[in-house]
Design a protein around this ligand. Structure first.
Ligand SMILES: *Cc1c(COP(=O)(O)O)cnc(C)c1O
Length: 389
């Protein structure tokens, strides 16, 4: 008899990235020259100064042991120093910071730490699919918060009814936003913190892209809002900023009770981030203003401009993002996101992610990741020109 997957697993919407990966693979195996704007991975290697630190750290026997305790003191102190420099926020390194096996891991486990079965979790649409999956795994009910372009892709928190929040424990936010590239203002975070107080819930802000800003100013942290630590936590990641997606390291900062609860959950799932990787990540964040780290912003900026020109030719509406390495393009009228992506792959060997992968309200958009060199983007733009809707 086949073994059935659990009800919780069956309750998840299909992970569209997996299906996309399969179709992309099939095209490559068929010998086609696929240009992949799909999964959000940087195309460049991790910076040399980080690899140098790693090669030293890996020889240190103390790094060969379980890295229990939610991050070494050196890791936590470095992340606290980063927070003080970047945001002017002083964190208690021992109680208000926790190392993660990538922010995805922390996001995935968070509802198990702070949400009871049957409670509601507010998740943005479009949004990173893990928020919804994490809620479902904890037996909670996701409630879709629609993000709309005319509000700068910020949710209208005042429009959320008290009926919805009466039983809600958690609100996920993500700015700079995947997939839209939108950035939040300090005022919006003030509103979000006030909302969390009024409605008695926790705000989990995913700031995985805070250092991939393409304008001149680093985006704010929600923890800059006074009193935010009473009701909020914030996730940060080494992955996108330093081309370290494979290394699996990030951290969460903010409310100490939530940090302690998440640490207790994690103690049952993982035994810490490899100590050498913690050293390398600390080195990375220490080098946040190095020229080679800053350079990537102008690279993504020029790639975004190139790609948007091509998409506009194709009949999509697309503007370079304020941050992130994504272009969130609106498909022509009467085309849905999945068929747009299927045609891009079938007729132009181009992979994009259909908006529907990011939520029920996003079927009129496609996301393009900018982990593709300029030459390949130019080629993609040429190929797009041949498609007629
Ligand atoms: C990539 C991404 C993450 C995952 O980051 P890791 O630190 O690699 O786990 C988290 N949130 C969003 C919105 C992302 O796009």
């Amino acid at each position: 008899m086949p073994i059935a997957a659990s009800q919780r697993l069956q309750a998840l919407p299909p992970y569209i990235f997996a299906e996309l990966h399969r179709r992309r693979r099939a095209a490559i195996d068929a010998g086609r020259d696929v240009i992949d704007f799909g999964v959000g991975d940087p195309d460049r290697p991790t910076h040399a100064f980080i690899i140098d630190r790693m090669t030293r750290a890996i020889r240190d026997p103390k790094n060969h042991l379980y890295a229990l305790g939610g991050g070494t003191p050196a890791f936590r102190q470095q992340m606290a120093a980063f927070f003080a420099d970047r945001y002017g926020v002083e964190l208690d390194a021992a109680r208000e910071l926790l190392a993660l096996v990538g922010t995805k891991e922390g996001i995935g486990h968070l509802p198990l730490a702070v949400v009871n079965p049957g409670q509601t979790v507010l998740v943005p649409s479009p949004g990173y699919p893990v928020y919804q999956a994490a809620a479902i795994f904890a037996g909670a009910k996701p409630y879709v918060l629609k993000l709309e372009p005319d509000r700068g892709w910020l949710p209208d928190l005042d429009a959320v009814s008290h009926d919805v929040t009466q039983n809600a424990a958690l609100l996920f936010l993500n700015y700079p936003n995947n997939p839209t590239g939108a950035v939040a203002t300090r005022e919006f975070f003030e509103r979000a913190v006030a909302f969390a107080r009024e409605r008695d819930l926790l705000v989990a802000h995913d700031a995985a892209y805070n250092e991939l800003y393409l304008d001149d100013q680093p985006p704010p942290s929600i923890l800059q809002v006074s009193g935010a630590r009473d009701v909020a936590i914030e996730f940060h990641s080494a992955s996108k900023t330093f081309n370290m997606t494979g290394w699996r390291v990030g951290f969460v900062a903010g409310n100490p009770d939530v940090i302690a609860a998440l640490a207790a959950v994690k103690a049952n799932f993982d035994s810490g981030v490899f100590g050498a990787v913690q050293e390398a990540a600390a080195e990375a964040f220490q080098g946040i203003d190095r020229p080679e780290v800053r350079e990537i912003r102008s690279v993504y900026r020029s790639r975004a401009e190139l790609l948007c020109q091509g998409l506009q030719k194709l009949g999509f509406q697309a503007q370079p993002p304020a941050a992130t390495f994504y272009v969130w393009a609106r498909v022509p009228p009467h085309v849905d996101s999945m068929s747009a992506c299927n045609r891009l792959l079938d007729e132009a060997d181009i992979v994009g992610v259909p908006g529907i992968a990011f939520g029920p309200t996003a079927d009129d958009h496609v996301r393009f990741s900018l982990g593709v060199p300029a030459e390949r983007i130019k080629l993609a733009v040429e190929r797009m020109g041949a498609i007629q809707w």
